[in-house]
Design a protein around this ligand. Sequence first.
Ligand code: B4P
Length: 190
Amino acid sequence: MLNIVLFGPPGSGKGTHSAKLVEKYNLVHFSTGDILRSEIAAQTELGMLAKSVMDKGELVSDKLVIDMMRNKISQNKDKNGLVFDGFPRTTEQAAALDKLLAENNLSVSAMIMLDVEREELVKRLQKRSETSGRADDADIRVINNRIDVYNRQTLPIAEYYKKQNKFQNVNGMGSIDDIFDRIVKVIENL
Ligand code: B4P
């Protein structure tokens, strides 16, 4: 199975390239951001807990996110592969993902990091706010906080995957097609 962790700051193109990977390799897509937003839309207890945290650009609790992913993984262990978009976001989540996969005799094939300059991230998210209806895209202070939270809490995971020899850095600047070609090249060389 091809199990890819697509990694990078908010606005780096994780959602965009996950969709393309799903199409090319017939993978199952897990976006914790999308799952949380659908819980909010359905006004579930989980959604209510997550909403205020997400609106501020902070991270939802590890326990909540890990519990949410447990069933999803076991229900899809016989597919072609999985693409994780926006998960893990903390070292604790990275360790939990390894454990959840191992329980199903699976493992991460590679962690692919999309490297994008801060100025470009802000530009993309502000542009998306025109159509996304996302509160966390609409306020420049929240955008900046999301990037700071990423640098503080999420970026350290790169070391976790480097130690496992699974870390792959991809230049995330340029056109979507060029970036996707770079990602495919990494996967074909695994
Ligand atoms: P997410 O939904 O994951 O949002 P994100 O980090 O902003 O990334 P996203 O996938 O949306 O952006 P993308 O890079 O694809 O998370 C939202 C919130 O949920 C978090 O802040 C947190 O509160 C919570 N959450 C989610 N997962 C969690 C977890 N595991 N633990 C705790 N909390 C969690 O793309 C952005 C835009 O750029 C798009 O509009 C796209 O069209 C554009 N774009 C992409 N590539 C481009 C390119 N090359 N050129 C121009 N534009 C491009």
